[in-house]
Design a binder for this molecule. Structure first.
Ligand SMILES: [Cu+2]
Length: 138
């Protein structure tokens, strides 16, 4: 009988250890939830702006630019106004013009990208003030 009790106690300890370990693993491996930010190209009132024109993202987050009004638009990141080099700003730019409403493209900001403010503009409307930024915060 005592042996049985001891065995049951040991089993209880093992079960507790398993629960604690699984719990710890879950806490460590839980991925930070990635967020998607939609940015309208041309706001609802028909102004030549990105709306919103500033978004702050974390690594893993995605920014999606959606053609809204006053096309054509595009998204050009400028290495002079970004923490990354030309290769990076070229890689995250979308120079192809969008014409149709609802057309979109996305960029995911990743852990290997330097933290900071990434300024971008719409090439056809830069002079009209269609400029904006993505702030990558780690
Ligand atoms: Cu534009």
């Amino acid at each position: 009988m005592q042996q049985l009790i001891r065995a049951a106690q040991r089993l209880g300890l093992v079960m507790m250890a398993v629960v604690v370990m699984v719990g710890a693993l879950t806490l460590v491996s839980a991925p930070a939830s990635a967020t998607n930010y939609d940015i309208k190209m041309g706001n609802d009132a028909g102004l030549l702006v990105f709306d919103p024109n500033v978004v702050t993202v974390k690594p893993g987050d995605t920014v999606t630019w959606v053609n809204n009004k006053m096309a054509p638009h595009n998204v050009v990141f400028d290495e002079a106004n970004a923490p990354g080099d030309k290769a990076l700003t070229t890689a995250i730019s979308h120079t192809q013009l969008t014409f149709a409403p609802g057309e979109s493209y996305s960029t995911t900001f990743t852990e290997d990208m330097p933290e900071g403010t990434y300024a971008y503009y719409c090439a056809p409307h830069r002079g009209a003030g269609m400029v904006a930024k993505v702030i990558l915060q780690k």
